[in-house]
Ligand binder design. Structure first.
Ligand code: IMP
Ligand code: MG
Length: 172
């Protein structure tokens, strides 16, 4: 593996931002028993830190969407490789995503979830790459806006590698 990595967002900045996001979500959902839907696999580290910072009654669910094959370009199609295991009707749902890039994954996923009639449906994303957007996606709780570079770390991968990095890095 000869890729070079440069820290874009340090672990300290991530921690601070996760705490701020948790504060906002907590004040909006304290008595609502929200259902957090984590989009595997990239959002798993973010979810794990976020729910502990939230510290309110909540439930978690996991879906796996595949739009990227291997490599760094989106194929443009969203496929649910692992769908929902529980009903979301009348639940207060918050989708937890690592990064919104072209927007295609989340555009399709939010439409799919909306059809299941949740009481409310919001999106929390750790990172947003708005320069690459092809379809509109509204991010209700956003951690960081990132430049048009490929990022890895804190759960986010390049060909399944680098998820373990504590910082978010640009890979070249
Ligand atoms: P979209 O459908 O183009 O918005 O792609 C969303 C998904 O592509 C994200 O959830 C990530 O899994 C992946 N992705 C997009 N940009 C990056 C990146 O910079 N690094 C790693 N994965 C990325
Ligand atoms: Mg993802």
């Amino acid at each position: 593996m000869n890729n070079s990595l440069k820290v874009l967002i340090s672990r300290e900045e991530i921690k601070e931002t996760v705490l701020k996001l948790a504060e906002k979500i907590r004040s909006d959902y304290a008595d609502k028993m929200p259902l957090l839907i984590c989009v595997l696999k990239g959002s798993s580290v973010f979810l794990a830190d976020l729910i502990r910072a939230l510290d309110i009654p909540l439930e978690v669910e996991f879906v796996r969407a595949s739009s990227y094959g291997s490599g760094t370009e989106s194929s443009g199609k969203m496929k649910l490789v692992q769908g929902l295991k529980s009903a979301i009707k009348n639940r207060h749902v918050i989708v937890i995503e690592d990064i919104v890039d072209t927007g295609q994954t989340l555009f399709s996923l939010m439409a799919y979830l909306k059809k299941k009639k949740p009481a409310s449906l919001k999106l929390c994303a750790l990172a947003d790459k708005p320069s690459r957007r092809k379809v509109p996606v509204n991010i209700d709780y956003l951690g960081f806006t990132v430049p048009n570079k490929f990022i890895v770390g804190y759960g986010i991968d390049f060909n399944e590698q680098y998820r373990y990095l504590p910082d978010i890095c640009i890979i070249e």
